[in-house]
Design a protein. Structure first.
Length: 386
């Protein structure tokens, strides 16, 4: 049973469900996979497509999805990108089905670069690339399988056109759609698909995958699983040495913010903004958020067993002990909009500078120094005269 193999991570219930569909040979014309990021919907969709077109020998897939003429994969694309760029991303996915290829996760395939694209299914993309494929007949397999990821990014006109394909599907075609935002889809699209819900992978599942698939030592795998919050795909671009260095800098940022050491704060921010692209800065914000959540957990429970950064337990204890009035919840809330602002090309240096001023107040248990609509008042010179 192909879905019970170890190369697909977690999701035991989904594995059994898909395996039963293949064994019973009762294939619907459309499936909708929904679930959180990191749940592995795309690798499962690829395996499902392979099994649909190789029902007699599902334990040993004769043709992988990349080589099969009847399996077609589409991802949301920026308006400036072409089919060649999509093919390059699919080639990278072929190296490992868990590699991140979406523009939201990897704006550029060159890790040192970052371009803030907005990826979606435009009507032109649909008409020129997707719809022509749906008119084909199966060439070698049993079905023509069309996989479309993140279908919540369809523009309204595209969604309406795609709906017509679902309402009057060609004989021999199967759609496999994935989404992280089930609630954003047209109800008419949802109603025409067999819905399969994915859950979040457990830390144990991810840790086991890191040991078995990536030959990572158990202790390191346990830490990486926690730092990525159970998202195995994120581990593909994860450098633990860089993360540990970033965490040291992040703790220095918190301490410097508390005492308002402007020189140290500026030095840390300059280092971050000069050595990291947009994705690297977002990863830094996520790391900071996970550390603040550990401070909340320890402040309320004094329990170290559930901490993500358990190797920094003494630092966490010291911060909580010495900053008893700190408002960590509000500090976490301040981080949420920064993800969006970074992708909208707001100057990172300004974002982190304002963050440091707000952290300084909140670590003392005081309210944010100024409301967001008066952000200009964060300037130190203005503070001195108020």
């Amino acid at each position: 049973m192909a879905f019970l193999s170890n190369d697909l991570i977690g999701q035991q219930r989904v594995k059994e469900l898909l395996n039963n569909i293949i064994e019973s040979d009762r294939i619907s014309h459309a499936y909708l996979f929904s679930g959180p990021k990191g749940s592995g919907m795309l690798p499962f969709a690829l395996r499902f497509a392979e099994c649909i077109n190789n029902p007699e020998n599902t334990l040993n897939i004769e043709l992988s999805w990349q080589k099969h003429p009847d399996i077609h994969v589409f991802i949301p694309m920026p308006s400036s990108a072409g089919s060649q760029e999509r093919n390059e991303r699919l080639e990278w996915l072929n190296e490992d089905n868990y590699n991140l290829i979406e523009y939201a996760d990897r704006p550029d395939l060159v890790r040192e670069q970052s371009r803030n694209h907005q990826a979606f299914y435009s009507i032109d993309y649909f008409r020129s690339e997707i719809r022509p494929v749906t008119r084909l007949r199966p060439y070698q397999g049993k079905k023509l399988v069309v996989i479309m990821t993140k279908v919540e990014t369809m523009r309204k006109e595209t969604a309406n056109s795609f709906l017509k394909l679902l309402e009057e599907p060609s004989k021999g075609i199967v759609f496999i759609l994935t989404t992280h935002h089930y609630e954003q889809l047209l109800p008419t699209i949802i109603s025409r698909c067999q819905h399969i819900a994915f859950g979040k992978n457990t830390l144990t599942d991810v840790q086991k995958a890191l040991v078995d698939r990536d030959q990572m030592p158990k202790e390191k795998a346990a830490l990486v699983a926690k730092l990525t919050q159970g998202n195995y795909a994120k581990t593909k671009n994860f450098d633990l040495d860089i993360i540990q260095q970033s965490r040291t800098e992040m703790i220095d940022f918190i301490r410097s913010s508390y005492v308002l050491d402007a020189i140290k704060i500026n030095s840390i921010i300059l280092n971050w903004t000069s050595t990291r692209n947009t994705e690297g800065l977002i990863q830094l914000i996520e790391l900071l958020e996970s550390f603040l959540r550990d401070l909340v957990v320890y402040a309320h429970t004094q329990n170290t067993g559930s901490l993500i950064h358990e190797d920094e337990v003494q630092t966490i204890k010291n911060i909580v002990l010495n900053l008893k009035d700190a408002d960590y919840h509000t500090m976490i809330d301040l981080l949420a909009p920064i993800h969006t602002e970074l992708r909208q090309n707001v100057q990172p240096k300004l974002l982190f500078t304002v963050l440091a001023f707000n952290f300084s107040m909140l670590l003392r248990g005081q309210n944010e120094s100024f409301a967001r609509d008066c952000a200009f008042k964060h300037l130190p010179a203005l503070k001195l005269h108020t």
